[in-house]
Design a protein around this ligand. Structure first.
Ligand SMILES: [Zn+2]
Length: 278
């Protein structure tokens, strides 16, 4: 009887992923994902106070987190203030093997570092890791796959490589960057060098590049949620993105959540119907 209850609970956990974004943008990125009742942090780009405060929005505490996965080590994705806390709490930091040196330079202790290459497993959940170009060391995108539910997560992409489109299939939800409006970017008073760093294919995705990729991915997936990340405060606006979806993908608009730098998102549940016994 006990085994049946446990098997039922396990199936339930595999049929559902809970996910929320604490905040996203060039001043800090952090998301939380529940893998079989364990909250896992994706990036740790905020201060400790801000992180704890925002976690509380959905009744999550730092004690609930034992694992962090890191996309890359730019300051807005990994705030070095966390190094001591991760060490003292024995929190494991999962990072791409190419980022190990960079992580140590940020102050992360060896004992916290769990390197991965193209896949890892956390709490019995498969995570595919895909490396993309972004500045010098690149960034990593993930597919969290319970065997029933698949969430794709990718931000700070210089461009959308074919490899991403090949791998981001059969998703139930996607969290994806939509960084800037090209007109606002061009007309901004930013230095030309910064504009070209962002727009030259190693920086960030424009709204147009992002929606084109989403359109392709949606055609090979059944998306319940499209979570847009890393909006530029200076060169983007939620209204521009809403209009873009309305004009180009009106049937997907109801699935879109636009995240913000300042506020925690709502709690998003990605769910599959339980499989029928045969
Ligand atoms: Zn970033």
């Amino acid at each position: 009887m006990q085994n049946e209850v446990n098997a039922g609970a396990l199936l339930q956990q595999m049929n559902k992923l809970d996910f929320f974004v604490l905040g996203s943008g060039s001043s800090g990125n952090c998301s939380l994902l529940r893998l079989r009742n364990n909250w896992v942090m994706i990036d740790a780009g905020f201060s400790m106070k801000q992180t704890k405060d925002r976690m509380r929005t959905h009744n999550v505490q730092l004690d609930d987190v034992q694992d962090v996965v890191v996309t890359h080590f730019d300051r807005d994705h990994f705030n070095p203030v966390w190094c001591r806390t991760f060490l003292h709490r024995g929190i494991r930091v999962h990072l791409h093997e190419h980022h190990v040196t960079r992580a140590k330079r940020a102050g992360l202790d060896d004992s916290c570092i769990v390197p991965f290459n193209n896949r890892l497993e956390l709490h019995g959940i498969e995570i595919e890791a895909i490396r993309f170009s972004h500045d010098a060391l690149g960034t990593v995108g993930f597919i969290f796959d319970t065997g029933r539910v698949r969430l794709g997560y990718a931000t700070d992409l210089g461009r959308v490589p074919q490899q991403l489109l090949d791998r981001f299939i059969d998703l139930d939800a996607i969290a994806f960057e939509s960084n800037y409006d090209p007109t606002m970017q061009r007309q901004s008073n930013r230095p030309e060098s910064l504009k070209s760093r962002i727009m030259d294919g190693d920086g960030h995705l424009s709204n147009e590049e992002s929606i084109a990729a989403i359109c392709h991915i949606a055609s090979e997936s059944t998306l319940q949620h499209i979570v847009l990340l890393h909006l530029s405060r200076q060169c983007n606006s939620p209204q521009i993105i809403r209009d873009l979806y309305l004009d180009n993908l009106p049937h997907l608009q109801k699935y879109v959540t636009i995240t913000s730098q300042e506020r925690c998102s709502r709690l998003l549940s990605i769910e599959k119907e339980p499989m029928q016994a045969t």
